[in-house]
Design a protein around this ligand. Structure first.
Ligand code: COI
Length: 358
């Protein structure tokens, strides 16, 4: 399938933000987007890059009522040599297809979408920020579009990709965030949709997040939905705790997102010979370690968040400081190493980075 390209008229081009320090996250969108349609007769068809514009949707369209949607988040980087790099993007597309299966949506041809994604990024090359720590964020999305109010899976779908320049996800930047361990609410349960990257999981997190924010915390750390005891994730990132010499992250048991950055950190730590475990970790063990002084560091991992150190966490009426409220040495080393690979400053021994402008 060839991808049709309709370029935006020069007079309609938007100004590209000039100050990378002011980018924030998810506020700016470029001049073009990619669209692809699905219906049962033609399956996926009509791939096209068109000027960025509002979508026209029937008010009865199913995604607006029952949330049949999956998405991804990934980034393109302006390398130190001027090259354009993508990081593990094929893993994101494969995960999107796994999410689609879970949400009863049709899977797409990953080669076609990979090609569209590269083409869109190169067309929008001027939008990729030059500052390290900033990137072009890529948001593929798929929605059910039938105008129908019965509860069933949609039969027609729209796949699209939008892109825009971003800086750090959290206002703190690469500085320790504070997290609120929720004992009241849960994000997902095993057997549910927690491991799919779908809107419902994020909707489920909003109330707890609002409460946490009111109390002065950046994010919520979710515990398991049954015992409210085991660490799950932070909604926008997976979590690692360093207790003694062991780095621990929750296993992929179905209710947390299988993060690409989580997987990268596991691989890097193993390559460095660091002791690392994917195991169930009770919040009581974290609290006990904090009290004993053996909780060395805690950090989140995610595409948007990269490595996000945790400076303190609140649990059942008490706040615990981590690494003296500062960025721990392992968080710092991981952050620098991952960025060095993504921006082409260091060789990529893992084969994660693809330069797409050659
Ligand atoms: C990402 O890390 O890219 C995410 O999708 C998390 C969040 C911004 C929804």
């Amino acid at each position: 399938m060839s991808i049709q390209v309709t370029r935006v008229d020069e007079s309609q081009r938007k100004p590209i933000p000039s100050d990378d320090a002011q980018l924030g996250f998810g506020r700016h969108f470029s001049d073009h987007m990619f669209l692809l349609d699905y219906n049962p007769q033609q399956e996926w068809h009509h791939p096209r890059i068109v000027p960025y514009a509002p979508l026209s949707l029937d008010p009865a369209c199913m995604v607006l009522h029952y949330g049949q949607e999956v998405f991804e988040g990934l980034k393109a980087y302006h390398g130190v040599d001027g090259g354009v790099r993508l990081f593990r993007y094929r893993d994101n597309l494969a995960r999107m297809n796994r999410s689609a299966r879970r949400m009863c949506m049709p899977t797409f041809d990953e080669e076609l979408v990979a090609q569209a994604l590269r083409q869109l990024v190169l067309l929008e090359r001027a939008w990729i920020p030059r500052t390290e720590g900033c990137a072009l964020y890529i948001r593929p999305n798929m929605i059910g579009t039938d105008p129908f109010l019965g509860v069933r899976s949609a039969s027609s779908f729209l796949f699209y990709i939008i892109v825009g320049p971003v800086g750090a996800y959290y206002p703190e930047g690469f500085n320790p965030v504070s997290i609120y361990v929720s004992s009241e609410h849960v994000r997902a349960v095993r057997g549910g949709i927690g491991e799919a990257k779908t809107a419902g999981n994020y909707a489920a997190s909003l109330y707890g997040q609002m409460e946490a924010k009111k109390k002065g915390y950046t994010q919520v750390l979710w515990l398991d939905g049954i015992e409210h005891r085991y660490i799950e994730e932070v909604g926008t990132m997976n979590m690692f705790f360093v207790i003694g010499d062991e780095a621990i992250t929750s296993p992929l048991t179905g209710s947390i997102l299988p993060g690409v950055t989580r997987d990268s950190v596991l691989a890097i730590l193993k390559a460095w010979g660091h002791k690392v475990s994917e195991r169930q970790l009770a919040i009581d063990e974290v609290v006990a370690a904090a009290e004993k002084g053996t909780l060395r560091e805690a950090f989140g991992t995610g595409t948007a968040a990269v490595i996000s150190p945790v400076g303190n966490f609140f649990h059942k009426g008490k706040t615990y400081r981590v690494a003296d409220g500062k960025t721990g040495p392992l968080s710092q080393k991981l952050y620098e190493h991952i960025l060095a690979i993504q921006y082409g400053k260091e060789p990529d021994p893992y084969g994660w980075v693809e330069r797409i402008d050659l």
